[in-house]
Each structure stands twice: as C-alpha cells, then as structure tokens.
Design a protein around this ligand. Structure first.
Ligand code: ZN
Length: 254
C-alpha cells in the first residue's frame, strides 16, 4: 500500500470529540437470542464523520442526521452471503422518537470487528454513498443564470452549459429541499453496478458500468489490500459455489 493511502487511512480513522452528523443516542441495546442491535461505538462514529468531512461526494451529508448501529447475529442467506451493512431512510415513526435521524445505517458488528481499518473505511464509505439527496434540474435563461446560481449557493451541483432547451436556456442541476422545512430531500441511492462474480469471470467488463468499475479498481493501489480472493477458491464458481463469503450490503429503501 502506498504511503499516501496509509496517510489517508490514518486521517480517516482518527478519534473525534464530537460527531456532528452521527447520532450517538444513549439507549440500551435490543437483544433477542443471538441477535443484538446497539448504537455503534465512538470509533465507528468518528470514522463515519471523518469520511463525511473528507469526501467531496458526501458533502450533502454535512446536513444529515445519521443513526449508526451495530448488528450482531446476522445469518447467511441461501447463497451463503452475509450482509455487511444496510442503509435506510428513517421512516416517520422513527423520526418521531428521539433525535429525528434522516438515515439509519446498520453495520454487521462481527465482520466490522474482523475487518482492518481500510476495509472498515470502504464499508463506511459504501453505506454513506447510499445516503443521497434528490438532485433536480431546471432550464434557466442565460441572462438570469448568475442570479439563480448565486441564490442556490451550496445547493448548486452543476451548470450544464452544453445542455440547452429549444429556447436556449441552460440546464442547472441543484440539490432539492423540502419547501416547508428547508431540509434536503433525502433518498437512498442504489448501487452503480450489479453483477455476478462468475459472469464477470466469463465475460469481463461487458457493459459500461463494469468498465468504469474495472478502471477504478485498477487505479487504486491494492497491493496489500485485504479484499483479495482466497487463491484456494475457484474464481469462476457459479451461484451456490460458496465463493462469495461476504455479500456487499443491500441498500434497499424501506
Ligand atoms: Zn450497498
């Protein structure tokens, strides 16, 4: 691993006295048999806050309230996959109680403990990427563009000078807000890429999203990254082959 990557990991795992966007409610854990749900520890909360503060893609989450939970006793599904985490929008009943979170992020406590810091950061980054807000678009006349952009301020996402309607107005993308509360319009973002390991093994990066992913994977220094496949396990095994010991999270909205 490069020195720069190690420095980044140290920065993103540093402790914090406060976590502005991560709620640390003082409530006792819920347990049932082997299952347990509890508020995440301060180390995980600090990591989440650091990732929000240091990642441009998460800039909208600097206005979010996120309840971070640890979940124990997760059982594998029929394909032998164990969910590593899950992000949800908080429903109105949850919002009514306590700290009014916008999102609830659950992390698998057992795999979290087994992960090294870079894996924990990747999982946290993954779950936080599910926590998105709605981006709207509006065509604006060029003469009114400066004023409109100024009014949007931090909600401005981009001015698409190359996208114009038939009246020559320019497309402006911006983060949408609730008219009454002024809060961002939160939503759950789905995965960019869905594919089976075995299909990737047979057909490679056969569509654009996979090609983008392959490019990004090559660009990252993964020499001693731990997410490497076990060389004793056949890469090409299909469904039910048991090669996917850990499933990526599922980001379904409730
Ligand atoms: Zn996910």
């Amino acid at each position: 691993m490069s020195k720069a990557k190690r420095t980044e990991i140290t920065k993103l795992t540093r402790a914090r006295k406060t976590t502005r966007n991560i709620l640390l409610a003082k409530v006792p854990p819920w347990t049932k048999g082997d299952k347990k749900l509890s508020v995440a520890n301060p180390e995980a909360a600090a990591m989440a806050q650091n990732v929000i503060d240091e990642t441009a893609d998460h800039v909208h989450l600097r206005e979010a309230r996120i309840l971070l939970l640890f979940e124990e006793g997760k059982t594998p599904n029929a394909d032998g996959q164990v969910e590593l985490g899950r992000a949800r929008k908080a429903n109105p009943i949850v919002q009514l109680l306590g700290d009014r979170p916008d999102f609830i992020v659950k992390l698998n406590a057992e795999t979290w403990d087994a992960f090294d810091p870079s894996q924990c950061l990747a999982l946290m980054d993954h779950e936080l990427t599910h926590c998105a807000c709605t981006v709207a678009g509006r065509f604006v006349a060029e003469g009114k563009l400066d004023g409109f952009v100024k009014r949007l301020g931090k909600d401005l996402v981009s001015v698409q000078n190359d996208e114009k309607d038939d009246q020559g107005r320019v497309l402006v993308r911006y983060r949408k807000r609730d008219e009454k509360t002024g809060r961002l319009a939160w939503r759950i973002r789905r995965h960019d890429v869905e594919e089976f390991v075995a299909v990737g093994g047979r057909w490679g990066a056969w569509k654009e999203d996979l090609a983008h992913l392959a490019l990004n994977l090559q660009a990252v220094d993964v020499m001693d990254k731990p997410g490497q496949p076990d060389p004793k396990m056949p890469l090409m095994a299909g469904a039910g082959g048991g090669t996917m010991r850990e499933a990526a999270c599922s980001g379904k909205a409730e």
